[in-house]
Design a protein around this ligand. Structure first.
Ligand SMILES: [Zn+2]
Length: 103
C-alpha cells in the first residue's frame, strides 16, 4: 500500500511522544478520504509502539469562494463551478487540510 508522505510525517511527530489517542484533521478535498486514511494509518503503525493508539479523524468541510461574484459555497462532488454565476477558478478557503491536531 502506498502511504501518503504527509501521514509518514504525522507518524514521526507522534512517535516522539507517544500518546493514547490522536486526532487528524482531514479536509473534504484532501487527496485521500477517511477510510483510505484509516487503512494507511493501520498499515503504518502495525508492529510499532503506535499500534494501539486510537485515531480520530476530524473531517473539515470544503468551502470555496468565487473570484467573480465572491459567493462562498460548498463545492459538490469536487465540482468547482460557481452555483451562482457558473465561473470556474474559485479560491479554496478550506477543505485541503491534512495535519495532526495539536492538543
Ligand atoms: Zn460566482
Amino acid at each position: 500500500m502506498q502511504i501518503h508522505p504527509r501521514l509518514v510525517v504525522i507518524y514521526q511527530q507522534v512517535i516522539q511522544k507517544p500518546v493514547k489517542n490522536i486526532s487528524i484533521a482531514l479536509g473534504e478535498l484532501a487527496p485521500l478520504d477517511e477510510s483510505n486514511l484509516r487503512a494507511q494509518w493501520d498499515e503504518l503503525v502495525k508492529n510499532t509502539a503506535l499500534e494501539n493508539i486510537s485515531l480520530n479523524i476530524r473531517i473539515i468541510p470544503a468551502e470555496q469562494q468565487c473570484m467573480v461574484c465572491f459567493l462562498k459555497y460548498h463545492p459538490k462532488e469536487k465540482e468547482t463551478a460557481c452555483p451562482q454565476c457558473e465561473s470556474v477558478g474559485a479560491k479554496i478557503i478550506s477543505g485541503e487540510e491534512f495535519y495532526l491536531d495539536e492538543k
